[in-house]
Ligand binder design. Structure first.
Ligand code: SF4
Ligand code: SF4
Length: 292
């Protein structure tokens, strides 16, 4: 094992309380996702922006969006009611780093009222080179980056456009910027002690053949774990008529990649406002809008 993991012992110990990073933890510890990130800066062909970000969540249910203050209040309410709430994650409904001011403020406000909670972010990685330093300084130790491919030519089949610093790039040009920034960002985070989870959406005929190479790259960049996810074709997305990933093929791919890298196999593709243990979403109980 030539992993170049840089995380220190206390960060690794935290993982025992993180239901997504540790299979054992997911029976006991709960997480809540705070929907404080409405916008996105790229367009994935498997996404329908009416729904939550597929980086970390299943399409099909739209969440309400919270201000940082409302997010803190919701956290306090949930912490009172749910035992073993260990993780606050930000997973959309858009991209965490396309809404960085909101996300940072939410984390700061929650840190003022709780020192134990573990923060977790998920992102497409486009803005990581810009914000990775702040993520590290904020003390966030768990970041998920969705990396679907290595080559811009494949990226052009997955991403419709990339909106980078106010300019829209399409096709290979957009994918090239995104892939470069993802890789640079993961390397920086890993080097600074962050446990990076790399999500990969498996799309047959598009990126499936080269997923083992994506996993090896993730490992070489210092990532902690990879999570190969099935495609859930979202109505209204470019891939809406694609077949959902075959569970047996997904398992085989995880088997193959497991020889190189730790694999997450218990992801539930939770929504951006999910609350509770991974297998029992209680978000409806805490929906501040009071209806769904
Ligand atoms: Fe949708 Fe997430 Fe992709 Fe943005 S990064 S287009 S929210 S799946
Ligand atoms: Fe964990 Fe997967 Fe749910 Fe994210 S989407 S909280 S990684 S189970």
């Amino acid at each position: 094992n030539n992993s170049i993991l840089q995380a220190d012992a206390s960060t690794l110990a935290m993982t025992d309380r993180h239901p997504c990073y540790s299979y054992e933890a997911h029976h006991k510890y709960a997480r809540m996702h705070l929907p404080v990130a409405p916008r996105c800066n790229i367009s994935c062909n498997y996404c329908n922006r009416k729904y939550d970000c597929v980086n970390e969540s299943r399409p099909g249910v739209t969440s309400e969006v919270l201000t940082p203050e409302a997010a803190r209040d919701k956290f306090l309410l949930v912490r009172d009611k749910i035992e073993h709430l260990s993780v606050v994650g930000i997973a959309g409904p858009g991209d965490a780093l396309a809404n960085w001011d909101n996300v940072r403020r939410s984390i700061e406000l929650i840190k003022e009222v709780d020192r134990e909670v573990i923060f977790c972010l998920s992102t497409n990685g486009l803005m990581l080179p810009q914000y990775a330093l702040e993520i590290v300084e904020l003390g966030v130790k768990h970041v998920t980056v969705t990396v679907n491919c290595l080559e811009p030519v494949t990226g052009a089949k997955i991403y419709r456009y990339v909106n980078y610093r106010g300019k829209v790039y399409r096709g290979k040009a957009g994918a090239e910027i995104l892939l470069k920034n993802q890789q640079k960002g993961i390397k920086y985070l890993a080097k600074h002690g962050v446990l990076v989870k790399v999500n990969i959406v498996m799309v047959k005929g598009i990126n499936d053949k080269r997923i083992p190479e994506v996993v090896r790259l993730a490992k070489n960049l210092g990532a902690f774990i990879t999570n190969i996810m099935p495609l859930v074709p979202a109505p209204g997305s470019v891939f809406e008529n694609f077949a959902p990933t075959d569970p047996a093929e997904l398992d085989r791919m995880r088997e193959i990649c497991g020889q190189d890298m730790r694999q997450m196999r218990h992801c539930k593709q939770c929504r951006a406002d999910a609350i509770g243990l991974l297998h029992e979403d209680r978000s409806l109980e805490f929906n501040t809008a009071g209806k769904k």
